[in-house]
Design a protein around this ligand. Structure first.
Ligand code: ATP
Length: 364
């Protein structure tokens, strides 16, 4: 069941009540978060919401100002007290700008952090990782001979090589072009799961977070707004910000009457809101099922197509919807495949209520 994922009680990383300010600007405002062994948690959120700061605190690159950070049950940072330095945390880091050592080859970069193992074993381990990330044929190249995306993959391999308990990744796929990105995400997830490292990964891309994460922590303005599985955040969002963060959404408002809100595309349940209050109804474009209607139009006005555009895998329709009560709304619908009804075409609209969300209106 969603909502009660049985994560092991033990946690690899625990952050409690973490706050952080740069001068007068507060970047992180009281964050509680844990990552279980082997679990991938994505920090997701808009630019400037505090994702990188939180990751840097976990890494020990920022000195903790308030709260507590533990690794495998052992305290590693408290304010004005214990601060285990980054290199002693047994943490693998791959940040956006992770520089490789320019005078070392790819394989030398990856084996660099490996100590206490015979050279042959180190080389084998590094080669395996490079192979898993599609970089084995570049083992003897120097960083300047690689593209940005290739360098990112080597940085990932270098971070993973010592088999750290915790991997901290900041936008690790940002330098990859769209085509390559999917494959490298796939390969990286495979390696992370195989190594069994607990992972905290920063991204601003909701699709990337949904693909990579066991759980997503969605942040806004220094706080975690909601944390849960991708499915929980997408299908049971806790507020309008969460809905809107995962893609464009139609917003309607209406009054709660008889436990429902009437919209031009039909009634929506809102029994949990006070009778007579204003509600915000959020309808994902894919929640609108559109069918062409060819019978002669009756007296009253009807819903029709304003514009239809092919986007590739889906078609985007602008619809003017007319309710039976005379209400009207302009809505965006996303329909799989090629579906391009003519402008002015009369349509019937059915709502997939699982992609419709009702909240109390902010103005109320
Ligand atoms: P992005 O996705 O753009 O990297 P982010 O969510 O990772 O953003 P942070 O980099 O953590 O956000 O920044 C959070 C806030 O703290 C921002 O307002 C930023 O301007 C501020 N900030 C971050 N680092 C510093 C710094 N070293 N000095 C001053 N302010 C900082």
């Amino acid at each position: 069941e969603v909502g009660h994922a049985p994560y092991p009680r033990s946690t690899a990383l625990t952050m409690e009540g973490v706050q952080h300010a740069f001068g007068s600007q507060t970047a992180v405002r009281g964050v509680d978060l844990d990552v279980a062994p082997g679990e991938v948690v994505c920090l997701l959120g808009p630019s400037g919401c505090g994702k990188t700061t939180l990751l840097r605190i976990a890494a020990g690159l920022e000195v903790l100002q308030r709260g507590r950070v533990s690794l495998n049950g052992g305290e590693i940072a408290v304010p004005k007290g214990r601060h285990v330095p980054p290199e002693k945390r047994n943490v693998g880091l791959a940040f956006q700008d992770s520089a490789l050592f320019p005078h070392l080859t790819v394989i030398e970069n990856v084996t660099f952090g490996l100590k206490g193992e015979p050279p042959r074993q180190r080389r084998e381990r590094a080669l395996t990782l490079l192979e898993q990330l599609g970089m084995a044929s570049y083992a003897d190249s120097y960083p300047h001979m690689l593209s940005g995306g290739q360098q990112q993959r080597v940085a990932l391999a270098r971070a993973l090589a010592p088999a750290p308990q915790l991997m901290l990744l900041d936008e690790p796929f940002s330098s990859l072009d769209a085509r390559l990105r999917d494959r490298i995400r796939d390969d990286t997830l495979h390696v992370l799961k195989k190594v069994g490292a607990a992972t905290l990964l920063v991204t601003h891309d909701p699709e990337e977070a949904m693909f990579m994460a066991d759980r997503i922590a969605l942040m806004r303005d220094g706080r975690i707004v909601q944390v849960g599985t991708p499915r929980e955040l997408y299908c049971a969002p806790c507020d309008p910000f969460v809905v809107a963060f995962f893609g464009e959404v139609n917003e309607l408002s209406g009054e709660v009457r008889g436990g429902r809100v009437q919209t031009p595309v039909g009634p929506v349940e809102a029994g949990w809101l006070p009778e007579g209050s204003q509600a915000l109804v959020m309808i994902r474009p894919e929640a609108l099922r559109i069918t062409e209607h060819f019978e002669p139009a009756p007296e009253h006005r009807h819903s029709h197509v304003v514009m239809a555009k092919l986007l590739g895998r889906s078609s985007l329709l602008h619809i003017c919807a007319h309710g039976e009560d005379g209400s009207e709304a302009h809505l965006h619908a996303r329909v799989p495949g090629v579906f391009l009804p003519a402008e002015g075409q009369r349509v019937d609209i059915h709502l997939d209520l699982s992609q419709v969300f009702v909240f109390p209106s902010a103005a109320a």
